[in-house]
Design a protein around this ligand. Structure first.
Ligand code: SF4
Ligand code: SF4
Length: 320
């Protein structure tokens, strides 16, 4: 809708395994049988009320955002927007600039506290970051509306991911967030979750970001035991994570201008695709990070490289 505002705010932050008192979210069903991660769509300011209701696609809620609402643009101030990889792809395309220039002009580096991983956040005015989002275009609203970040599209919803004990896959669902400044909740317009998500165009972004969200959620879980396999993530691995997450040009150089393709088995047809397809390159990046960080078999090393690594490890362990 033309007058539907972008929304605002903050970081989509993956949170911990389900802890109701921390998130305010009521776990549905058989609590003992589930693992849950919450990917919030709201800032972490204290007192942010999370409506403790799990919303299915067909569930309805009342909300509307439009230019004549009294709080218009309120949510684009003090906005704490963490950018996902898909956000950066979209925004750089819209602005016609490369990721390096985009990062320098419009973002600030930050640490996503819950996962302890580096991210890029949208720059805001003012010394303490309490001003307007760098993309706010006065009364007109969001200056990059068609390419606004996932967090802005999701608001006022949060996204959670749930995994039943023993289940192979996670199931996503949404929940509502009600902040006192947001008057959109007092509007009469009713819509289902599915309609809202379709209107905001979040499905395609979630699809691109899936691997990145998986990594973030896993890091949140691992953090309580010190890191993957109880080992802290090295500064170098964090640097690589930031590169893949924020700068697809730099990652492409890393793939094509280092020994990456001599190290990993990648189908020649896929290699051709990776030369120009940013989304395919991102998926490779997420698979590679899962392998490096969690030792998942998402990407295969070439046999001779693997044998060399095993021999080196054996030597270092004093084996013959
Ligand atoms: S990107 Fe747009 S919608 Fe999001 S906070 Fe900035 S101005 Fe608001
Ligand atoms: S209704 Fe909510 S989302 Fe819309 S401008 Fe107001 S605070 Fe932002």
């Amino acid at each position: 809708m033309a007058d539907q505002k972008k929304h605002a705010t903050d970081s989509q932050s993956p949170a911990t395994e389900s802890q109701r008192d921390e998130t305010g979210f009521q776990r549905p069903g058989a609590e003992k049988d589930i693992e849950i991660d919450i990917f919030e769509g709201v800032r972490q300011a204290k007192g942010n009320p999370v409506e403790p209701v799990r919303l299915q696609a067909a569930d309805s809620f009342c909300f509307s955002c439009h230019k004549s609402i009294s709080c218009w643009n309120r949510c684009c101030h003090e906005a704490d927007v963490t950018l996902t990889p898909a956000d950066i792809l979209m925004l750089t395309k819209k602005l016609g600039i490369g990721p390096a220039e985009f990062l320098a002009q419009y973002t600030v580096p930050a640490l996503w506290e819950k996962s302890d991983m580096p991210v890029a956040k949208l720059r805001t005015d003012g010394e303490s970051g309490a001003g307007a989002c760098v993309f706010l275009a006065g009364d007109e609203g969001c200056g990059v509306y068609s390419a606004r970040p996932a967090t802005c599209r999701y608001y006022p919803m949060g996204l959670a991911s749930i995994k039943m004990m023993g289940a192979e896959h996670k199931e996503d669902f949404n929940f509502l967030v009600k902040e006192s400044h947001c008057k959109g909740h007092e509007e009469e317009k009713s819509q289902t979750v599915a309609q809202f998500r379709a209107e905001q165009g979040v499905e395609a972004l979630d699809e691109i970001n899936r691997g990145w969200i998986d990594i973030m959620m896993k890091m949140v879980s691992w953090r309580s035991v010190g890191g993957p396999n109880a080992k802290a993530v090295s500064p170098q691995a964090k640097k690589m994570f930031f590169m893949v997450s924020t700068d697809v040009d730099a990652f492409r150089r890393f793939v094509f201008e280092t020994r990456f393709l001599d190290t990993y088995v990648i189908d020649p047809d896929v290699v051709e695709i990776l030369k120009t397809d940013d989304i395919a390159l991102l998926q490779l990046g997420f698979d590679w990070l899962k392998n490096v960080l969690f030792n998942e078999q998402t990407i295969n090393m070439r046999e001779q490289v693997l044998q060399g690594a095993i021999a080196k490890a054996r030597t270092e362990m004093g084996a013959t």
